[in-house]
Design a protein around this ligand. Structure first.
Ligand SMILES: [Zn+2]
Ligand SMILES: [Zn+2]
Length: 127
C-alpha cells in the first residue's frame, strides 16, 4: 500500500516536472508529499518503474542518471544548458524518423531508439 502510493507520487512528480529529473530531485520533490519515502525506497521504486518501462533513464552525459516518464507513442530529445544545468524537453516532432530509415537501409541496423542531446546556453543564460 505504502509502496503503491509512493510510486504514484513519483509518477506525478515526473509528470508535473515535464523534464528529466535526477534521483535526488525526484527524492526532494516526493518528500514534499505527506508520506515521503526515504532515498533508498525512492531509488528502488524508480528502478522498478524503469523495469516496467514506465520510466526511462535519460543519458545526459552527467555524473548521475536522469529519469523521465516514458510515452511509447512519443519520444523526446533534449536541450541541455551547460551553464545552469537546465534540461528542456523538445516538444517538437523528432526530425530523425526518415534518417533512421536511411540508416537502417544503409547499415542493415535495426534501430529501436535514439537520444539526441543538444548542449549549449539556454534562453535565461543568454539574456
Ligand atoms: Zn541556462
Ligand atoms: Zn529524436
Amino acid at each position: 500500500m505504502r509502496i503503491t502510493r509512493g510510486r504514484k507520487n513519483i509518477l506525478s512528480v515526473l509528470f508535473q516536472a515535464g523534464t528529466p529529473l535526477s534521483l535526488k530531485e525526484i527524492y526532494e520533490r516526493v518528500a514534499t508529499y505527506e508520506s515521503a519515502p526515504d532515498y533508498t525506497t525512492v531509488f528502488r521504486m524508480v528502478s522498478l518503474l524503469e523495469n516496467l518501462h514506465v520510466v526511462e533513464k535519460v543519458n545526459l552525459q552527467r555524473d548521475c542518471s536522469y529519469y523521465e516518464l516514458r510515452n511509447p507513442d512519443e519520444h523526446y530529445d533534449h536541450l541541455i544548458c551547460t551553464y545552469c544545468g537546465k534540461v528542456q524537453r523538445l516538444d517538437l516532432p523528432c526530425p530523425l524518423k526518415s534518417f533512421e530509415k536511411q540508416l537502417q537501409k544503409s547499415f542493415g541496423f535495426q534501430i529501436n531508439a535514439h537520444s539526441l542531446e543538444f548542449f549549449g546556453r539556454c534562453q535565461d543564460c543568454t539574456s
